[in-house]
Write a protein that binds this ligand. Structure first.
Ligand code: ADP
Ligand code: ASP
Ligand code: MG
Length: 405
């Protein structure tokens, strides 16, 4: 079966007139004799509104019910697109996550897809043309609905493309490809014709939300042919490709930023073995990803400060968890700062070139921007700075690393 997966994000289907336009776009693939699986997000803004509804109802909602509410946005768009396609004479129907079914684990709010049962949709596509699957959602073995984390429709699309052995997976969005940095913030950002899975993974994991990180990891694992394209214009887009041998040349590929950061400092932590294991072990129990960590040994081996960052969306649960073990750890103060942004310079130049860190820190210093925390890996250098200056910092770094178009 000649099959493609097309995914449309929230801004691409933000209202009925856009949904009708997208229906025509889907029809073009049908006219080329493709069977099409469309994966849709909720209309732009809807998921945020649903989160507010839950928050206004309770500060500690059962996570399973939270996911039922959150997943409802994708139910509406999948059916509206099916109706719009029906209007164009195309044989289509909507599929909710549990109808496919897309089986996931039980981690509500950030569920992991375990298996996609393809039989029913395949059977449907034999006699029909388009299956529209609600993105962002799964179902547990106990028949409870889950969601896959913010931006999770990208992951739904890639997982579906892998499970159905699709010829390719096209991610349609509100920009016409992957850029050297967020083109909405840095006007001189350059569009990339192609980018390797590894580089895209690093950009995404540092906050470039054009693709959800997990979707890139999945595409890499299953060799899914992946493209990012504009929903609104007929332009070439960006292909995500395997690393080619001659691509070893070292470069800075781009700059990413993440607004979803919270800095936590535990001050006055008694300096003895096992403290970090205790703190980070407690957070791991709730699957809270700790990112940057700074701890220095105290001179007199009495007390030290530990500073680390987590996703801001996990702050409430992290605070509750750590305060529960305050007596055991014996730290004095729990201090948080959410007015921070993480900026990362990404690329494999880090492996071979010294001086990248120097350029980064000098650029920030020349602009009087203070660095709170630094972390590095083979392929990126990240700094945590005040959110007051992040757009300015991104533009300055983009220029300093000669990325401007
Ligand atoms: P969708 O709703 O289609 O999933 P998203 O808002 O999740 O769209 O992702 C697209 C957005 O990603 C763009 O509007 C852009 O602001 C942002 N973005 C961040 N970094 C980049 C980058 N390097 N290249 C392109 N877009 C980026
Ligand atoms: N609607 C969900 C969100 O806003 C999933 C997605 O758009 O990918 O996070
Ligand atoms: Mg998205």
């Amino acid at each position: 079966m000649k099959l493609v997966v097309l995914k449309f994000g929230g801004t691409s289907i933000a209202n009925v007139s856009l949904i009708k336009k997208i229906a025509s776009k889907v029809k073009k693939e049908v006219n080329k004799d493709y069977k099409v699986i469309v994966v849709v997000s909720a209309m732009a803004g809807v998921t945020n509104n649903l989160i507010d509804l839950v928050k206004n109802t309770s500060t500690s909602p059962p996570y399973s019910e939270y996911d039922v509410v959150l997943s409802s946005g994708e139910q509406v768009t999948s059916a509206l697109l099916a109706i719009a396609l029906d209007n164009l004479g195309i044989k289509a129907r909507s599929w909710l996550g549990w109808q496919v079914p897309i089986m996931s684990d039980f981690s509500y709010g950030k569920a992991v897809i375990e298996e996609i049962k393809t039989d029913q949709v395949f059977e449907f596509l034999k006699k029909n043309q388009v299956a529209i699957i609600s993105g962002f959602q799964g179902v547990t073995k106990e028949n409870r609905i889950t969601t896959l984390g913010r931006g999770g429709s990208d992951t739904s699309a890639v997982a579906i493309a892998a499970a159905f052995s699709a010829e390719r997976c096209d991610i349609y969005t509100d920009v016409d490809g992957v850029y050297t940095t967020d083109p909405r913030i840095v006007k001189s950002a350059k569009k990339l014709d192609k980018i390797t899975y590894e580089e895209m993974l690093e950009l995404a994991s540092q906050g470039a939300k054009v693709l959800q990180t997990r979707s890139v990891a999945l595409a890499m694992k299953y060799n899914v042919i992946l493209r990012v394209l504009s929903s609104f214009e007929d332009l070439p887009g960006t292909s995500i490709i395997k690393e080619e041998r001659n691509m070893e040349k070292s470069e800075i590929i781009g700059i990413a930023h993440s607004l979803n950061e919270a800095k936590i400092t535990l001050s006055g932590v008694p300096d003895k073995p096992g403290q970090a294991a205790e703190i980070f072990g407690a957070l791991a129990k709730y699957s809270i990803n700790v990112d940057m960590i700074v701890q220095s040994s105290s001179i007199n081996h009495e007390a030290t400060d530990i500073t680390f960052t987590i996703p801001e969306t996990d702050l409430i649960i992290a605070e509750r968890t750590i305060k529960e073990i305050q007596n055991k750890i014996g730290f004095k103060k729990f201090i948080t700062d959410t007015n921070v942004v993480k900026i990362s310079v990404v690329g494999n130049a880090m492996k071979t070139q010294s001086g990248i860190a120097k350029t980064m820190f000098e650029t920030l210093a020349n602009n009087q921007i203070n660095i709170h925390v630094i972390s590095t890996s083979e392929i990126k250098i990240s700094v945590l700075i005040s959110s007051d200056y992040y757009e300015f910092a991104m533009r300055s770094l983009h220029t300093a690393f000669s990325l401007d178009a």
